[in-house]
Design a protein around this ligand. Structure first.
Ligand code: BES
Ligand code: MN
Ligand code: ZN
Length: 500
């Protein structure tokens, strides 16, 4: 798909033209112009379809009389004072959604002139394109049939704006974030026979071109280091476990301590010997959604040359049952030296994260560490698909993430940690066990992780089991299964707080 900006004076004569009205059917300039050219047909169409200009309303007029475009789309933008960047993204996405099943190849937006809006000019143009790009993602590599009906015909999105150069400048960093989100979605959507740890690591190597240093540790190296918790999870799989380390040095101070991200990368979670039932196993190709979000963020940071030093550690394994698989009752020794009684092999995410978290802190002494993981089914019960769960030992970092989440449209909700919960993971024979009791499952998982966080490291754990993928099209900017959740959030956290 091509995304362009063009001067507001451009006369649009082909494809679909998108114009707008605000609440109370107040036509913006381009809509008024189209109404005039059509001798009032636009106004009649709006009246006939109960259009009032509320946000989200959309009227499609095909082959409009007096205009040479194939289609005029009138968008409702709602109240000017509520029309912000995120509303602009959703508005553009709604149009792309509508055109998906049509024969249209080109669409042009002309939405300038909403007085008093929170987003306008170059920022408006850039955010329209951002929404269009996020929405136009598709994962179709494995389709061979009915492509003519299934694939979108749209190849060109143009936004008219008064300052093309400024719009391009505002778009560049958003394009980087969209690209990072695309990468994360691709990885989550890939089937697990294709995307196993070594293949994930190969794809990570593609970031070298962008100036990211990529190091891959295999099982021999991890054994030498003592990563018994991570290796225990992978030992029932034919596929070799991998630890991928990504380093981006964008800060002017090359030696400044980096910020660190850690991602759970369980390329498939069968549960291991504590096997999941069939229905619960479906979708577990997405159990590497944390690692996907983290590598997507690194791609975004590198593409936009973010002025920050950042490292990412991806813990890539496959959790399978096998003669060699880890047993419930096994005791493993983690990289930190602490021992873990593995009572349920399906609580594997915390085991791989234990070693990845320790490695990240030990090797890089980061400013903070944030881990992302599709860690517990319990977080879906608590928060559904609307928020990710946030757990932390640091109020400042938590607050920054809460703000970034609201601004970027990926909100988080903080849940408590505490000594009482920590008691629930005491083991009879080792330093801890890998499951708590029946209750507070997301919290006991987070307590487990906290045992691998050094006291002085500000740490956040994001449980993204409810947001990493979705069934159907529930959210305005997300067309497909893998959401790429986390890339927009982390990029925003960095942009607003951690760049030179
Ligand atoms: N990957 C799952 C969590 C999950 C469940 C993600 C549903 C997305 C949707 C994780 O490894 C897991 O199996 N967790 C167990 C933990 C339990 C055994 C303590 C769970 O949530 O049931
Ligand atoms: Mn599991
Ligand atoms: Zn899992």
């Amino acid at each position: 798909m091509q995304f362009n900006f063009a001067a507001a004076s451009l006369k649009v004569e082909a494809g679909s033209l998108v114009v707008a009205a605000s609440e109370g059917t107040v036509l913006l300039p381009a809509a008024a112009k189209a109404d005039k050219a059509s001798k009032g047909a636009v106004g009649r169409a709006l009246a006939a379809s109960r259009f009032t200009g509320k946000a989200g309303q959309l009227v499609e007029i095909l082959a409009p009389a007096g205009l040479s475009v194939n289609r005029l789309i009138v968008l409702g933008l709602g109240k000017a004072e509520e029309f912000d960047a995120s509303a602009a993204q959703s508005a553009a996405a709604a149009v792309l959604g509508r055109l998906k099943g049509s024969n249209e190849t080109a669409v042009t937006f002309d939405l300038e002139g909403l007085k008093g809006a929170k987003v306008a000019g170059a920022d408006l143009a850039a955010n329209l394109v951002f929404g269009a790009k996020l929405k136009s993602y598709a994962f179709d590599h494995y389709r061979t049939k009915d492509l003519d009906e299934r694939l979108s015909k749209l190849t060109k999105v143009t936004v008219l704006t008064t300052d093309v150069a400024a719009a391009k400048k505002a778009w560049a960093p958003l394009d980087a974030v969209a690209e990072g989100t695309y990468l994360a979605r691709d990885l989550v959507n890939e089937p697990p026979n294709v995307l196993y740890p070594a293949e994930f690591a190969r794809r990570a190597k593609a970031l070298v071109k962008l100036g990211v240093k990529v190091t891959v540790l295999g099982e021999t190296q991890m054994k030498r280091l003592g990563m018994g918790a991570l290796l225990g999870v992978g030992q029932g799989s034919e596929r070799e476990s991998q630890l991928v380390v990504l380093e981006w040095k964008g800060s002017r101070k090359k030696t400044a301590a980096p910020i660190a991200f850690v991602g759970k990368g369980v390329c498939f979670d069968s549960g291991g010997l504590s096997l999941k039932p069939g229905a619960g196993m479906m979708g577990m190709k997405g159990d590497m959604g944390g690692a996907a979000a983290v590598i997507g963020t690194m791609r975004a940071l590198a593409l936009r040359k973010a002025k920050v030093n950042a490292v990412a550690v991806l813990a890539l394994v496959e959790n399978m049952p096998d003669g060699k698989a880890q047993r419930p009752d096994d005791v493993v020794t983690s990289l930190s030296g602490q021992t873990i009684e593995v009572l349920n092999t399906d609580a594997e995410g915390r085991l791989v994260l234990a070693d990845a978290l320790w490695y990240a802190q030990d090797k890089f002494a980061p400013k903070f560490v944030i881990d992302l993981a599709t860690l517990t089914g319990a977080i879906l019960i608590a928060l559904g698909g609307e928020h990710a769960g946030l757990f932390s030992n640091d109020d400042t970092l938590s607050g920054q993430l809460a703000e970034a989440g609201k601004a970027a449209g990926e909100p988080v909700w903080r849940l408590p940690l505490g000594k009482g919960y920590d008691k629930l993971i005491r083991s009879k024979i080792a330093d801890m066990k890998n499951i708590g009791g029946q209750h507070a499952g997301s919290i006991t998982a987070a307590q487990f992780l906290q045992r691998f966080v050094k006291d002085k490291t500000p740490w956040v754990h994001l449980d993204i089991a409810g947001v990493a993928w979705q069934d159907g099209e529930q959210k305005p900017l997300i067309p497909s299964w893998g959401t790429g959740w986390g890339v927009r959030l982390l990029d925003r956290l960095v942009a607003d707080n951690y760049e030179d």
